[in-house]
Design a binder for this molecule. Structure first.
Ligand code: MG
Length: 386
């Protein structure tokens, strides 16, 4: 089997109501999709956001990737990595480009074998993955009513945990939001906060100490994504778990976090870290170091499926006999903010039942792509073919 064409699609869909986090506000949802076609008629889908990632795919990978055997996932991963390594492009969009191709190759391999990707990885440890609701962003005029209604909705829907943002307002205002959320969801639902790199270590520690009384499960990206010293300070000063890693690419960027023991929870993202191949590497390394893996997920059904397949194969941390979600079992981020891409790109969107999402069982990723919608949401398309 040979690769005959590589297509990239930049997708965008507008939001009815803009929302904000600590670094700004957004009026749209966007992602990048890749479609790889083979001479056997098998098509693979991948995801890795950003037009710079598409440029890397077409300019740097396509000249040799066209005509390659798509089943040689490791060989292709290594060649992609080395294309970018010496050019110092492996961070940022380089990781996204590798991720998009790698996910599509695994989709092809699964379809060629007639097996779901988790079976190609050795089989699954769990048939469903525990999830938490990501939402509770900043919206105009939201507080308190709309924010608290949203939180109540997640409790009513059966979620065991949820996550809100901090870092976009004055500390006192953010603390007020978290206090109100804890009051409305009660003591039994897990609540985490995400600063999206908003703080320096001193400020992160200051707000973290104040938030501790609201029983925060984890404090996510309290400082800059690669600020090892800041992570070390925050982790040693605060009582809640410290989480991070959604912006890191490949095991090499995670290495020092694990070696220094300064992450309690690792959050690799399959469409940035280096695809299914590298999510598995990072997750197993985290597990080896006693670090929980709760992957970052913020995209289409393609990357949700890719994440589910990998996480279905990661042991509890530690490999306990009666593991519980949020304690030893990995939990996956389940984005609940509005997104046509997430809800409609596949005819069967992923659904949460009793706090869990089922791992797909069909060959490959196990998701179909609505190509009419793909074309309608497309704001930029490129193709390389032979
Ligand atoms: Mg985050």
């Amino acid at each position: 089997m040979r690769i005959t064409s590589i297509e990239t699609y930049q997708l965008e869909c507008p939001l009815e109501r803009p929302f904000g986090w600590s670094q700004g506000w957004t009026e749209k949802r966007a992602t990048g999709i890749v479609k790889i076609t083979t001479d056997a008629g098998i098509v693979g889908w991948g995801e890795g956001s950003g037009s710079p990632a598409a440029a890397i795919i077409h300019d740097i990978f396509a000249p040799w990737l066209l005509g390659s055997d798509p089943l040689n996932r490791l060989g292709i991963w290594q060649k992609m990595y080395h294309n970018l390594y010496n050019a110092n492009l492996i961070g940022g969009f380089g990781g996204n480009a590798i991720s998009a191709i790698d996910i599509a190759l695994w989709d092809i391999a699964g379809k060629a074998a007639g097996q779901p990707i988790c079976d190609l990885l050795g089989g699954r440890i769990r048939d469903r993955v525990a999830v938490y609701a990501t939402g509770l962003y900043y919206t105009e005029g939201e507080f308190p009513n709309r924010l608290l209604d949203e939180a109540r909705g997640y409790v009513d829907a059966g979620f065991m945990g949820m996550k809100t943002k901090v870092g976009g307002l004055q500390l006192a205002e953010d603390i007020k939001r978290v206090a109100a959320l804890r009051k409305v969801i009660g003591p039994d639902i897990y609540l985490s906060v995400d600063a999206n790199q908003a703080y320096n270590a001193a400020t992160a520690i200051r707000i973290g100490q104040r938030l501790a009384e609201y029983d925060i499960l984890w404090f996510e990206e309290p400082v800059g994504a690669k600020d090892l010293a800041g992570y070390r300070q925050a982790q040693s000063a605060l009582p809640m778990a410290i989480a991070g890693g959604e912006c890191l690419r490949t095991r090499y960027e995670f290495k020092e976090f694990f070696a220094q023991g300064i992450l309690d929870i690792a959050q690799p993202d399959v469409m940035m870290v280096g695809g299914i191949t590298e999510l598995r590497n990072v997750a197993m390394t985290a597990n080896t170091f006693g670090v929980q893996v709760n992957p970052h997920v913020w995209g289409s059904p393609i990357m949700i499926a890719a994440t589910l397949h990998v996480i279905s194969t990661i042991p509890p941390c530690p490999p306990a006999g009666t593991p519980e979600p949020f304690q030893q079992e990995p939990v996956m981020e389940f984005d609940r903010t509005p997104s046509i891409i997430r809800e409609k790109l596949s005819p069967q969107p992923f659904a949460q039942v009793d706090g869990f999402v089922a791992v797909p069982t069909a060959p490959g990723l196990g998701v179909e792509v609505d190509e009419d919608l793909l074309q309608r949401l497309c704001v930029g398309r490129s193709i390389s073919s032979r």
